[in-house]
Write a protein that binds this ligand. Structure first.
Ligand code: F6P
Length: 359
């Protein structure tokens, strides 16, 4: 087994609280194992332009455990296999990335990212680069891991926001609609909605019928509740309808969802006659300090990644499989989305306590 002496680390895709905690764990664990770490800036761009790289020592990562964002920068627009060019075309820079990896005398890469970044890492693994991946997303939609760091922070922030909406909703006897992130999965909306005591939770996995939602709101009025909280995942869609998009997919980047909260709020006001307001939490869910849970998970992921590469285990993603962190083959993970299963016990519990799910 070849010795690993020098590795690169990068963060790709949208940021998530806990990225810095992973970088810190990677650098500290690697350093203690006698491995030098090179930080690659702005996702794979750091392997296209060697000036965007820097040595990371334990001293460089001191104090970053609690910081949101990523000290390395990130991007969800620089896929080296389809790199967007200024003239609107795209280029395949993958050989250039492999060349830089070799010129920099790197022995392996730790890639921290979501589904898009994991797919790119898998392609490079198939081209001969030894990679170990760490799953990252607030959406919690990566297949093969029960949780990703960033999710708990996003849910905690959203639950706090829902608490705040309760007081103003009650004071004005309004319906408050809050739109949460999550792309095509309803994990954030379901967990934050339950944690915040929402009356209605609409998720992509269950297309909604607005009449059913209104029925629930009327029932609440009948028993004396004069306000309601409606949580809507950005990927929620009506029965037989489509997603609400802010921007369609274009070269090098995926479509952007958003706006369904406003649509639902307008229709609820029209159909119930009750004053309704909507709020989109947006990128606030991705900002700020990671929770203690996310710091611990991120640290465990980073430590496990280094353990795997010192053992010569590559082409794997570290995954949370309580009580263990386990390696799973990248090929089993990429191209899949972990959505909320319809038999998930929290869905059943939400129904059992009277939360309307729009069906
Ligand atoms: O995947 C994380 C996420 O925050 C999604 O929940 C959201 O749809 C998307 O990223 C937003 O992406 P951007 O930062 O490109 O607007």
């Amino acid at each position: 087994m070849a010795t690993v002496a020098r590795i690169g680390v990068l963060t790709g895709g949208g940021d998530a609280p806990g990225l810095n905690a992973v970088i810190r764990a990677v650098v500290k664990a690697a350093s203690n194992a006698g491995i030098e770490v090179i930080g690659l800036e702005d996702s794979f761009d750091g392997l296209l332009d060697p000036s965007r790289t820097r040595v990371l020592t334990p001293r460089d990562v001191t104090g970053i455990l609690r910081l949101g964002g990523t000290i390395l920068g990130t991007s969800n627009r620089g896929n080296p296999f389809e790199y967007p060019l200024a003239d609107n075309g795209k280029a395949d820079y993958s050989e250039r990335v492999v060349g830089t990896f070799q010129k920099m005398k790197l022995d392996a890469l730790v890639v921290i990212g979501g589904d898009g970044t994991l797919q790119i890492a898998h392609q490079f693994y198939l081209m001969g680069i030894p990679v170990v991946c760490v799953p990252k997303t607030i959406d919690n939609d990566i297949w093969g891991t029960t949780s990703c760091f960033g999710f708990d922070t996003a849910v905690s922030f959203a639950a706090d926001a829902i608490d705040r909406l309760h007081t103003t909703a009650e004071a004005h006897r309004r319906i408050m609609v809050v739109e949460l992130m999550g792309r095509y999965a309803g994990w954030i909306a379901l967990h934050a909605g339950v944690a915040g005591g929402a009356d209605v939770i609409l998720i992509p996995e269950i297309p909604y019928d607005l009449d059913k939602v209104i029925q629930r709101l009327r029932e609440r009025e009948r028993f004396g509740a004069r306000f309601s909280i409606v949580v809507v995942a950005e990927g929620a869609k009506p029965v037989g309808g489509d997603f609400t998009r802010l921007e369609g997919a274009s070269r090098g980047h995926v479509e952007r969802l958003g706006g369904v909260g406003g649509v639902v709020a307008r229709l609820l006001q029209e159909k119930t006659g009750k004053e309704t307001r909507s709020v989109v939490l947006g990128h606030l869910q991705r900002g700020g300090a990671p929770t203690a849970f996310d710091r611990v998970l991120a640290t465990r992921f980073g430590g496990k990644a280094i353990e795997l590469l010192t053992r010569g285990v590559f082409g794997r993603m570290v995954a949370n499989n309580p009580p263990d962190i386990v390696p799973i083959p990248l090929g089993d993970v990429v191209g899949k989305t972990k959505t909320v299963p319809l038999d998930y016990d929290l869905l059943k519990t939400a129904r059992a306590i009277g939360v309307a799910l729009g069906d």
